[in-house]
Ligand binder design. Structure first.
Ligand code: PMP
Length: 449
């Protein structure tokens, strides 16, 4: 594996990684020429694949004109157009767009906009943002405060204002006799209980990933959950924020996942697939009256230097164009259904696959010691990193985490770019099957014990 022997660069750990050379479609190549299938689109980012020539050309043209114009000095055409194109794809009423450069920034922006809206309406007592556990909303201190993922949050707890959490709807772990609709309602009621416990006048918003990402592994709630959550928020005048950083921009087979349930959130947060890795870009999209109220009260006290720069917005526009041109939302639905059924099929061969879940091309499987009880694999096996390493060696990239939050299980996100074809799904499944088979041999002795 060709890696930099000594590097001044640092990230989470010392684990060396191959040196990236180039990308093309769903493939990435390292400097030795080894090819990898980008089976997780990086971190669920590269939705339209790598090196799309039309996006590169649009960016090149913009670069020759202007790469940066500060948003308080200039409006720019790409930025205006991207705001309109984004609004056009949102549920009616969600038509004001605030640009940022990533997911954490977008979450911070949505929460601060919500807070200023409450203050402007004379509801200054409202500041708590309820979220779910497990969940992931970003790494900056505000977004981290609503993140329910102990390994990332605990060391920073003294530096953050603690925010209330309710259990995420991990119905696949439940062994009660409820039907899915009743289970969905059970989890939604946790929100109502928590609002009453906190005092409704203190609660500003509820933030949730409609289809879970890194912390839960593509967690989808029963249909009943989504409508009931909306109702509860309305009952208490609490803003509903959908964090669609990962699930948005077509990944689940709808432009935003909220469409699957006909839900209109008050704020939607986008990033990742929005500019699909061509530039750092994110957005907080809000109801018009929220924005107007905040602007009337003196303006939004928030903004990032690089926000709404024309180059990032041109990349975003070209990506949206590509999603439409290639009908990638529909492809995510079709290829997602195919990939999910193929992953379901793996459960017959590998008893240690406990669950397969997700929507569109936001899919995951979870490994367990015992499917009936969903007892996780022993922690010492480090399954989430070991299986990824095996797949990597074989030229397949998947994304894994250990779910945390009362329960610890290893899950793997299989989320190829939305351009993936049936033949490429065969290729992914061939590599994954090989990796799982090798992994099965490795863990067999531990499971017998
Ligand atoms: N929200 C969700 C749902 C995410 O998946 C992520 C990134 N994994 C973020 C927010 C934070 O995005 P970023 O890493 O771009 O700050």
């Amino acid at each position: 594996m060709p890696t930099a022997p000594v590097s001044n660069l640092f990230y989470q750990s010392r684990q060396p990684r191959p040196m990236l050379d180039r990308g093309e479609g769903i493939y990435l190549y390292d400097v030795t020429g080894k090819r990898y299938i980008d089976g997780s689109s990086g971190a669920m980012v590269s939705n339209i694949g790598h090196s799309n020539p039309r996006v590169l050309e649009a960016m090149r043209r913009q670069m020759e004109k202007a790469t940066f114009g500060y948003r308080l000095h200039f409006q720019s055409e790409p930025t205006e157009r991207l705001a309109s194109e984004t609004a056009r794809r949102m549920p009616a009423g969600l038509d004001r767009v605030f640009f940022v450069s990533g997911g954490s920034e977008a979450v911070e922006s949505a929460m601060k906009l919500a807070r200023q809206y409450a203050v402007a309406r004379g509801e200054g007592t409202r500041w708590k943002v309820i979220s779910r556990h497990p969940s992931y909303h970003g790494c900056t201190l505000g977004a981290l405060a609503v993140t329910g993922y102990d390994p990332l949050t605990v060391p920073f707890a003294p530096m953050m204002r603690e925010m209330p959490k309710i259990p995420a709807p991990t119905c696949y772990l439940d062994r009660d006799n409820l039907d899915p609709a009743a289970r969905g309602l059970k989890y939604a009621e946790y929100l109502r209980d928590e609002i009453l416990r906190q005092g409704p006048e203190s609660v500003l918003a509820f933030i949730m990933e409609p289809v879970g990402g890194a912390s839960t592994g593509a967690l989808v709630a029963p249909d009943s959950y989504y409508a009931r959550i909306r109702e509860i928020c309305d009952e208490f005048g609490i803003l509903l924020i959908y964090d669609e950083v990962m699930s948005g921009a077509g990944r689940t087979g709808a432009f935003i996942a909220a469409e699957h349930w006909g839900i209109v959130p008050d704020l939607v947060v986008l990033s990742k697939g929005f500019a699909a890795g061509y530039m750092p870009l994110g957005a907080a999209v809000a109801r018009s009256d929220i924005v107007e109220t905040v602007l009337d009260s003196g303006g939004f006290l928030h903004g990032f230097t690089y926000a709404g720069n024309p180059l990032a917005c041109v990349a975003g526009l070209a990506v949206l164009d590509e999603i439409e041109r290639q009908d990638l939302v529909a492809n995510a639905a079709t290829m997602g259904a195919l990939l999910k059924s193929r992953l379901d099929g793996l459960m017959e061969t590998y008893p240690f696959i406990g669950d397969v879940r997700g929507k569109g091309l936001l899919l995951a499987f979870e490994l367990v010691s015992d499917r009936a009880s969903m007892r996780p694999l022993p922690k010492e096996l480090n399954a989430h990193s070991r299986l990824v390493e095996i797949a990597y060696e074989r030229g397949l990239i998947v994304y894994s985490r250990r779910t945390r939050g009362g329960y610890e299980g290893d899950h793997f996100l299989v989320c190829p770019p939305l351009i993936v074809t049936e033949t490429q799904i065969d290729e992914i499944m061939g590599l994954l099957d090989g990796a799982l088979s090798q992994f099965a041999d490795e863990i067999a002795p531990s499971l017998v014990a």
